[in-house]
Write a protein that binds this ligand. Sequence first.
Ligand code: NAD
Length: 507
Amino acid sequence: MSTPTPSTVEGLRDHAHAALRAVGATVPDGSGLIARSPIVGESLFGLRADTPGDVGRAVAEAADTFAEWRARPAPARGELVRVLGELLREHRSDLADLITIEVGKIRSEALGEVQEMIDVCEFAVGLSRQLHGRTIASERPGHRLAETWHPLGVVGVISAFNFPAAVWSWNTAIALVCGDTVVWKPSELTPLTSIAAAHLLDRAIERVGAPAAVHRLVLADRLGGERLVDDPRVALVSATGSTRMGQQVGPRVAARFGKSLLELGGNNATVVTPSADLDLALQGIVFAAAGTAGQRCTSLRRLIVHHTVADELVDRLVAVYGRLPIGDPFVEDTLVGPLVDERAGEAMAAALERAQADGGKVVAGGGRREYGGGVYAEPAIVRMPAQTDVVREETFAPILYVLTYDAFEEAVALHNDVPQGLSSSIFTRDQQEAERFLAADGSDCGIANVNIGTSGAEIGGAFGGEKATGGGRESGSDSWKAYMRRATNTINYSGNLTLAQNVSFLT
Ligand code: NAD
């Protein structure tokens, strides 16, 4: 296994400055927030944080700009997003550098995150010419029923550390073409990435002559997020993060009759049946479970494998885990970077302890390597006798719990017996099993895949999950509808006033 090497605090600081300079952004000096890198576990520099008052001002500016932005034809709004996509292409590498510095993602995954941003911009540009309503058969002669869609207003975007830029772009590209304005509060762990991404949008705004306040970035901690959540001028709060955060945000937004779109924690599982192609399963499982150091909402956390193939699959997984290059994500061969912070390392250790107390056996990894103050976890595989409480919780670290089953129904029952409902998959060559997994009484998740892992979704589909994952959908398909309001129109061209349901009311 490789050992973490060459990044230094000074080197990362220079690297971050260079990337920010390349996009044209500057860091607001100050002391309210700290930009740090999990690669070395040290702070790089202090930044000025926005106060709750600043958040209120940002919302006011975005709210004041809404009427002007809404009045622009949607394809003209799409032009702004097209230029943003162009700038993202141009600065793909700079933004990826900042993602690696702040999150610790390996280069290929950081570049993939920026690619996802470019993809969603392209999707949104196409969408800007396709925002459509329906015409519905009316029960009355000489009447037409129609649906029209209108922008909502200000969209507040609260995002998590692990996709520090892509989640913003999923929301912002779509919200902007829909005619909304956006205020973004990124994770306090990733201020530099958000400064760079927001600056690229500022440049696009300038280039196309859009109003400056169609978007605002606020750098703040949870209190800044709460200010956004409680502001009645924020029509939609799109919040991505832990289920704990969603439990706080959802009721607060609902109490003021705002709309919310919640993208929360997952506890994703893969079922491996006796007919599965184990080579394929192995690749899909390792990427989903150990990739991004287990820090994706779609990371694979539970492996539900038929008892006849369990030993072979686990042995092969243990062998691959033993060779996983763990270390500095800037080193070319590294596949597993650091955990985001010490707290994540402690949460992993505590979960492993609980799993063992429940009778679990750690068959791979679970140790820790330290480099500077960085927390490098060895991805763990734990064979469990049952799906105990710790397995049913999301631990945001690379732990893969292995459970075995006999009958297919048992696999589906185990699969669904967790509070979360984000992503799921099955490896099988039996079409009946595949279809049963995708059927209404199969996987209860928002994402259900066949012969592919749980993580790494494309932007063309709707992304999100059920139950404690929050129920929101973002990105592709018709997710745009969450960013607009629907009006039902009844148009009478008959010259007679006919009432619905044959009601008679003659005056
Ligand atoms: P987190 O919940 O700690 O923080 C997420 C964001 O919410 C941050 O910007 C934070 O400042 C803000 N926040 C926290 N409490 C708040 C409150 N009461 N009011 C307003 N804002 C508040 O999550 P994290 O550690 O940054 O990210 C990891 C979590 O996010 C995991 O649970 C992961 O599964 C989840 N996640 C989900 C998705 C998805 O699409 N479903 C995507 C990425 C991450």
